[in-house]
Write a protein that binds this ligand. Structure first.
Ligand SMILES: *[C@@H]1O[C@H](CO)[C@@H](O)[C@H](O)[C@H]1NC(C)=O
Ligand SMILES: *[C@@H]1O[C@H](CO)[C@@H](O)[C@H](O)[C@H]1NC(C)=O
Ligand SMILES: *[C@@H]1O[C@H](CO)[C@@H](O)[C@H](O)[C@H]1NC(C)=O
Length: 481
């Protein structure tokens, strides 16, 4: 991050003055953590991508017929019915990771329509933490009232609230720990927002109250289906009414993505820093480096694609692989494995490792193709996918998880299977996009159109409103209320 900032200010130095101001402003907005634009690379431990706060595609997955898809234009906020409601948001932690940032965005959306918003963080570091402090300040400034996780005030607020949003599966522990015998009284107005797809969350400890909450909100149909299966098979409990909520792009990201001048400046700058030319083709993975995200398999595909090009004597510009999300201190073994592979295959001059960063927009501006190579069940949603599409990039993705709900195979990108079976198909897809410039550009444009159609802020505002409305309606008619 520090390096990136430094690079940006260098860039500002040589940008023409007229250009400088506008994109510099945008960049400053982007670089400011406090704006909570979730240009965020999440921790290697989660299986699902950090959801993006802004845009939601909602359909009740328990009942496929129920789909909220009304479109809105520049009407007043569809959340305006939440004015004068009291909402309690319960976050498992407060950090710069996807889940908490997403919940904060919801807090600000609600504040913007006059909702009374209370915030509880379940797990806080014992000593004062700079991140926690600055995020709490941010909330206080916006009129979000921050409460202690335990104690009478928390309980009273839960009783008074019209709606309680629990964020992520583990937040379920808070119910018993704090509300104790009063849990049943609060459950009907709980909306449980779930962003993960991993076995270890299927513990009764965390999720035993799921069947009786007002509703569950999940990032993709695949993830919702997975939760339905696993809760039933493993725990013998039933999911509540479940709403699928696709995430989307913030206005801020769209602004950069749609600003051709800013994009060009960022592109030139990043390419210069990587030592690649304008005409070179860059394929990038932007994800925390970990086996689950498939950087190892991507490198194998990349190497294979170079061989195909050599053997077939194809005429293509120089190709590069960019791996954004490196963290030598966290995943040393896997990182070392990747670097050894690169050395062994002698492709050091074509593979670039970039440290983890919150600011991915410059890389999206600089590359030509996004590779989303998440393995196993894939991404919960995969926010970076729609961010890349906003930048008119085609996506080469695994046919798994949320990616299959975002990428239209053959139209906005190409899908390959997970695992070793996917290595050669991905290699061929890399060659395809390297050799067919027109196709690559067309796919990028189609991806952008799809983002404009489905993954924008105004879609979200409307759709999340539908969920809140429904959960509120049901809880108000519940005998407990
Ligand atoms: C859920 O279970 C059904 C039936 O057992 C199966 O067909 C489906 O593939 C499962 N879905 C997931 C996501 O595991
Ligand atoms: C990347 O992070 C490592 C520590 O994980 C650090 O040693 C290195 O200097 C960083 N590189 C850049 C370019 O910031
Ligand atoms: C994607 O489409 C291509 C044809 O464009 C097809 O060969 C391939 O099997 C499809 N992959 C998936 C996972 O649907």
């Amino acid at each position: 991050m520090a390096k990136l900032q430094q690079q940006h200010s260098n860039t500002a130095g040589w940008a023409p003055p007229s250009v400088q101001k506008r994109w510099l402003l945008t960049l400053l907005i982007m670089l400011s953590v406090s704006t909570l634009i979730a240009f965020f690379i999440k921790s290697a431990f989660d299986s699902c991508d950090p959801p993006h706060p802004h845009n939601f595609d909602v359909a009740a997955s328990n009942k496929p017929a129920k789909v909220f898809s009304k479109s809105i234009k520049t009407a007043p906020s569809p959340l305006s019915f939440m004015k004068s409601q009291l909402v309690l948001l319960v976050s498992h932690e407060l950090s710069l990771s996807g889940g908490p940032l997403l919940l904060m965005e919801l807090a600000f959306l609600l504040r913007s329509v006059g909702t009374e918003v209370f915030w509880i963080t379940i797990q806080k570091p014992s000593e004062t933490d700079e991140v926690v402090y600055s995020l709490e300040q941010k909330m206080l400034v916006r009129g979000v009232q921050v409460l202690s996780a335990k104690g009478q005030e928390a309980i009273d607020t839960a009783f008074k609230a019209d709606l309680v949003v629990l964020n992520t599966a583990v937040a379920g522990k808070w119910l018993d720990a704090v509300l104790k015998e009063n849990v049943p009284r609060v459950l009907p107005k709980v909306l449980w927002w779930i962003h993960e797809m991993r076995g270890h969350y299927f513990k009764l400890d965390y999720v035993k109250h799921l069947p009786l909450v007002g509703g569950a909100m999940i990032d993709s149909h695949v993830t919702a289906e997975y939760w339905k299966n696993r809760t039933q098979e493993r725990l013998r409990i039933k999911m509540p009414e479940t709403y699928v909520v696709h995430l989307g792009n913030s206005k801020e990201l769209m602004e950069v993505a749609e600003d051709s001048v800013a994009k060009r400046v960022l592109r030139e700058h990043i390419r210069e820093s990587l030592g690649v030319r304008d005409e070179d083709i860059l394929f990038a993975i932007i994800n925390s480096v970990s086996r689950g995200k498939g950087q190892d398999l991507f490198l194998r595909s990349f190497y294979e694609s170079l061989q195909i090009i050599q053997v077939k004597k194809l005429k293509v510009p120089s190709m590069h692989a960019v791996i954004v999300g490196s963290d030598m201190s966290a995943q040393t073994k896997f990182e070392t494995e990747l670097r050894n592979y690169v050395m062994q295959k002698k492709i050091q001059d074509r593979v670039h490792f970039i440290n983890k960063t919150l600011t991915v927009a410059p890389y999206l501006a600089a590359i030509d193709v996004l590779v989303q190579n998440s393995q196993a069940r894939g991404e919960c949603f995969g926010r970076i996918t729609i961010e890349a599409m906003a930048f008119q990039l085609p996506v080469l993705g695994t046919a798994a998880g949320g990616t299959t709900e975002i990428v239209v195979n053959g139209t906005t990108g190409l899908l390959h299977s997970v695992g070793k079976e996917g290595v050669t198909p991905l290699a061929k897809n890399i060659v395809k996009l390297a050799t067919h410039v027109e196709r690559r550009l067309t796919m990028g444009k189609r991806g952008y159109e799809r983002v404009r159609e489905m993954f924008l802020e105004h879609h979200m505002a409307h759709r999340i409103a539908s969920v809140l409305k429904e959960v509120l309606r049901k809880s108000k008619s519940h005998p407990n209320s």
